[in-house]
Ligand binder design. Structure first.
Ligand SMILES: Nc1ncnc2c1ncn2[C@@H]1O[C@H](COP(=O)(O)OP(=O)(O)OP(=O)(O)O)[C@@H](O)[C@H]1O
Length: 377
C-alpha cells in the first residue's frame, strides 16, 4: 500500500500547532454561556433528577466512544456500572454490570475525580483498563505499552483497494513527543476547551498505541475539561456529539494531518468543529433538563386527579419519549398496545384524560387518525 502523502509530523514546526484565536473565541464564549445556563438550571432540580441526567450522560459518553470504534456495549451494563460508581439507589438484583463496563466507568471517574497532573503511567493505566476486558483484543494488542514499529496506518476500503488516510508518527519519536504532549496538557495556558481539542488532534497524530488511540484521545479530551467541573457540574458528553457527526470527525482530522491540506500546521478548522460539538453536547443537556422540568411540572399539575395504573403508564411513556421515538403523539391504537386493554376501555380512559386536562387532541387529526399529546399548561 503506497501513499505519497506527507504527514504533519514532517513539518519543521511540529508539534507547534497554530490556530486563529479570533475565529475560535465566539465559540468558546458560547460554551461558557451554555455552561452557565446548565449550572443555573441544574441547581433548580432535585438531587434525584440531577442524578438521572448524570447517569444518562455518563452512560452515553461510554457507549458513544465505543460506538465510534464499532464496539456495541450494552447500555444497561454501562448504566449499572455508572450507578454503582455514583452510589445512586441501586437494585443489586438487576445489576447488569460486567468487568469491562466497570473498568470503563472507572476510567471516567478517574478523569473526573483525580485532579493529579497527567503522567505516562496514568495514560497506560487507562489503556490497560480500556482494552483488557475486550475479548477481541485478547493477546493481540500490547496493553499499556507504546507500539514498537513504524507505518501505523489508518486505512479504509476493501483489501487491495485500501485508502491510506493517515500514518502515525515513527515509533522512534513517540517517547519524546509524548513527553512534550504531557507537558502541554499539564502546563499550557491555552484556554481549556481549545486545549482539549488540540490534545485530541495531537494524540491521534502520534497514534502511539497498537489500538484504542481514538478512545484514549477522547478520554484525554474529557479529562482536560472535566477537571474544572468535578462530579457536581460535569453535565456533558462530548463523545455523543462526536459520534453523531462521525464523518466530519474523521474528515476534519484527516484534513489537519497531511501537509497538502494543511501546509502550515494550522488546526483552527479542527478546533472550530470540536468546539461546535461541545456546544451541541451542552445543548443536548439543556434539552434533557427541559424534559425533566416539564415532567415535574406535569405531574404537579395532575396531582389532584385520581388516575388508574393504565393511564399512569401511558402518561409516563409519553413524558419519557415526547421528544423522541413517540413523536409527541398518542393514538387509541397505541394506548391499546401499551396497556394491553380492550378498545372500549382505552377509549374510556382517554376520554377521562382529556377531561382531566392531561391530553389534548392535535389539531387537524380526526376520525380513525385522531392523535393526542400531553397538555402541559
Ligand atoms: N481518516 C482519518 N484521518 C485521521 N485520523 C483518523 C481518521 N480516521 C480515524 N482517525 C483517528 O484514529 C482513530 C482510530 O484509531 P484506533 O483504531 O487506534 O483507535 P480506536 O479507539 O481503537 O478506534 P476508534 O477511535 O475508532 O474508536 C479515530 O478515532 C480517529 O481519532
Amino acid at each position: 500500500m503506497k501513499n505519497k502523502q506527507q504527514w504533519i509530523w514532517l513539518h519543521q514546526d511540529y508539534p507547534k500547532f497554530h490556530y486563529n484565536i479570533h475565529k475560535l473565541l465566539p465559540k468558546v464564549t458560547q460554551i461558557a454561556q451554555n455552561i452557565g445556563q446548565v449550572k443555573a438550571l441544574i441547581s433548580l432540580l432535585d438531587t434525584d433528577s440531577q442524578n438521572t441526567i448524570k447517569v444518562d450522560l455518563y452512560t452515553n459518553e461510554i457507549v458513544s466512544t465505543s460506538a465510534i470504534e464499532g464496539e456495541k456495549l450494552s447500555r444497561e451494563s454501562v448504566r449499572s456500572s455508572i450507578r454503582k460508581k455514583l452510589d445512586s439507589p441501586f437494585d443489586t438484583v438487576h445489576d447488569k454490570s460486567t468487568d469491562h463496563t466497570d473498568a470503563l466507568a472507572d476510567i471516567l471517574m478517574d478523569t473526573l475525580l483525580n485532579a493529579a497532573p497527567l503522567e505516562l503511567e496514568r495514560l497506560h493505566k487507562w489503556h490497560i483498563a480500556l482494552l483488557s476486558h475486550t475479548p477481541s483484543n485478547f493477546n493481540k494488542v500490547k496493553l499499556g505499552e507504546f507500539r514498537d514499529y513504524d507505518d501505523m496506518q489508518i486505512v479504509s476500503g476493501p483489501i487491495g483497494k485500501e485508502k491510506v488516510h493517515y500514518v502515525g508518527l515513527p515509533h522512534g519519536r513517540i517517547s519524546e513527543d509524548i513527553k512534550s504532549f504531557i507537558e502541554y496538557i499539564n502546563n499550557s495556558k491555552d484556554d481549556m476547551y481549545i486545549k482539549s481539542a488540540v490534545a485530541h488532534l495531537w494524540f491521534v497524530t502520534i497514534h502511539p498505541y497498537d489500538d484504542g488511540n481514538g478512545r484514549i484521545a477522547r478520554i484525554i479530551s474529557d479529562y482536560i475539561v472535566s477537571q474544572s467541573f468535578g462530579l457536581e457540574y460535569k453535565y456533558f458528553s462530548i463523545s455523543t456529539a462526536i459520534a453523531s457527526d462521525r464523518k466530519n470527525y474523521y474528515e476534519k482530522l484527516e484534513m489537519s494531518q497531511n501537509l497538502t491540506d494543511n501546509p502550515s500546521l494550522d488546526c483552527t478548522s479542527w478546533i472550530a468543529w470540536y468546539l461546535d460539538r461541545f456546544n451541541d453536547s451542552l445543548q443536548e443537556t439543556l434539552n434533557s433538563i427541559d424534559k425533566v422540568m416539564s415532567k415535574t411540572k406535569f405531574w404537579d399539575k395532575v396531582r389532584h386527579v385520581t388516575l388508574n395504573q393504565r393511564q399512569i403508564k401511558v402518561l409516563s411513556k409519553l413524558l419519557e419519549y415526547n421528544a423522541g421515538e413517540f413523536q409527541g403523539s398518542l393514538t387509541t391504537k397505541k394506548y391499546v398496545a401499551i396497556t394491553k386493554t380492550s378498545l372500549a376501555t382505552a377509549k374510556r380512559d382517554m376520554q377521562e384524560l382529556l377531561k382531566y386536562g392531561c391530553l389534548y387532541q392535535i389539531e387537524g387529526t380526526q376520525g380513525r387518525n385522531i392523535k393526542y399529546d400531553l397538555l402541559y399548561e
